[in-house]
Design a protein around this ligand. Structure first.
Ligand SMILES: [Zn+2]
Length: 486
């Protein structure tokens, strides 16, 4: 009898190992069908000089309450009309909320849903005290050491101007797309896009425009971030995380500190933060992160490949491991970050209130209400109130088994034949969130090649883009217009 059970267990183990091994060793990279296409004849230096000039206009979004830098945006608009005369002459331009630009390039087949190429013309300010750390002044647009330097070269004048370069080129070639294109350039993305992207979407919705997909800033081409993957990876983000800022306020008896209660407001708020850090939201492996691992597993070392290829069996192990790492943690979890704490004014006075600000980045599949419920339960203190200061839900997850995605992927293969293309999750936010209802799919990708220190240049010091890479980005948009436009 025992012999028989032992035998059955052995058979089961062999079968299990066999399945694991089979799933591991049959999970191989897909055949690359990269067909490099002839490059469009675009003057690299002249294009770089146009982006350089665009950088010199200080189109800064200071804050939601601050006035728009009207004169700077007007100068930028005038420069666009001057530098791209064919775009100005042939495309229909609508100015939205005075400073956002919407171009329409009418397709020959109105039955096709439109494509929207997005970007934003505003930039973040230079953090006070860091001006001197720039190798080239931040609004100089200097072209030095093979790079264009300055605020906006990565985020996000790059995609606005690369799109304009590509359109100018295609119009001059006499190219006529079947599908209608819109170029949508918001002016307030850095403060949430309430007057730019949101109003552009209102305008398009009122006109009953049908949209196949949007392509916006988001993820880029990176190297050496996935274990064992030596090729650069182009991540097309299918979704972006949600954003939530909560303010926790603790109330307590005020008075003199000579006869204090067991816990002051400061003590209560500290305890609440400690509890939130000890009880983070649980990790979960969900789309589009699962799409990413499924795509990249074949390129990974056998041990990792075995775990990812056998998620049916090993998912808990994988989620646990990913939840420990810094970058991977943010991919599988709604993150918790206590960012501000405030309370008390004098060493011998009990404060009647103390408060803390906690910022969450919400994983697709979780909701703002879900996070609030978690916080309420974990803090578990009647003297602490919870208030939403700012919030938007995570985006929907767009499809990657879709014609639009394949067109973007194909274009990357043609222009950057050395890279692997993978779906991804954007950890920050973009204007795309306003386009969810309007477009069937929202993708977030610019073919910027990032090295290990480039991420810190976005919103940081020494923002710059290599002239050669800028040329690749323009070529990408040129080819995308053909692949998408038909
Ligand atoms: Zn941006």
């Amino acid at each position: 009898m025992f012999k028989k059970i032992g035998y059955l267990i052995l058979v089961a183990i062999v079968a299990l190992l066999g399945t694991v091994a089979f799933k591991t060793f049959t999970n191989n990279p897909e055949e690359k069908e990269n067909i490099a296409v002839p490059k469009a004849d675009i003057d690299k230096t002249a294009a770089a000089e146009r982006l350089s000039e665009a950088v010199t206009y200080k189109t800064i979004s200071w804050s939601i309450d601050a006035p728009v830098e009207a004169a700077e945006f007007e100068k930028l608009h005038a420069m666009i009309d001057r530098a791209y005369p064919t775009v100005a002459a042939k495309l229909e331009k609508t100015v939205i909320s005075d400073y956002s630009l919407l171009y329409k390039w009418e397709g020959s087949d109105p039955s096709l849903p439109a494509a929207i190429l997005m970007g934003h013309t505003d930039v973040v300010p230079i953090e006070e005290g860091t001006e001197q750390n720039w190798e080239q002044p931040p609004f100089s647009g200097k072209i030095v050491d093979g790079a264009i330097w300055g605020r906006g070269t990565l985020d996000d004048k790059v995609s606005v101007f690369a799109t304009l370069e590509a359109a100018e080129y295609q119009l001059k070639q006499g190219y006529q797309p079947k599908r209608t294109f819109y170029f949508a350039f918001g002016h307030d993305e850095e403060i949430g896009g309430p007057n730019g992207a949101a109003k552009i979407v209102e305008h398009l919705t009122a006109q009953n425009v049908k949209v196949a997909f949007t392509l916006d800033e988001g993820m880029v081409v990176v190297k050496d971030i996935m274990p064992g993957v030596t090729e650069p990876i182009a991540f097309i983000a299918l979704a972006e995380k949600g954003y939530l800022t909560l303010q926790l306020t603790a109330k307590a008896e005020g008075g003199h500190s000579s006869m204090p209660p067991q816990q002051t407001a400061v003590g209560k708020i500290s305890r609440a933060i400690a509890r939130l850090e000890e009880n983070r939201l649980p990790p979960a492996l969900r789309r589009p992160v699962t799409d990413m691992f499924d795509t990249l597993a074949p390129y990974m070392p056998t041990s990792l490949k075995a775990v990812i290829s056998n998620r049916w069996l090993l998912e808990p192990v994988l989620v646990d491991q990913l939840g420990k790492g810094g970058a991977t943690n943010a991919m599988v979890r709604t993150t918790t970050a206590a960012t501000i704490i405030d309370g008390g004014t004098k060493d011998n006075v009990l404060p009647s209130t103390a408060n803390a600000t906690v910022n969450f980045r919400i994983l697709p599949g979780t909701t703002i209400q879900g996070v609030i419920d978690h916080v309420t339960e974990v803090v578990n203190d009647q003297d602490i109130s919870i208030e939403v200061k700012q919030g938007n839900e995570p985006s929907k997850v767009s499809a990657h088994d879709h014609e639009s995605y394949h067109n973007i992927k194909k274009t990357i293969g043609e222009v950057l034949p050395d890279v692997i293309v993978s779906p991804g999750l954007m950890l920050a936010g973009s204007d795309s969130k306003h386009y969810e209802e309007l477009a069937e799919n929202n993708y977030r990708f610019i073919p910027m090649r990032f090295g290990p220190d480039d991420l810190g240049r976005i919103h940081g010091t020494n923002e710059r883009i290599m002239v050669d890479n800028y040329q690749e980005i323009i070529q990408f948009y040129v080819r995308l217009m053909e692949n998408v436009g038909g």
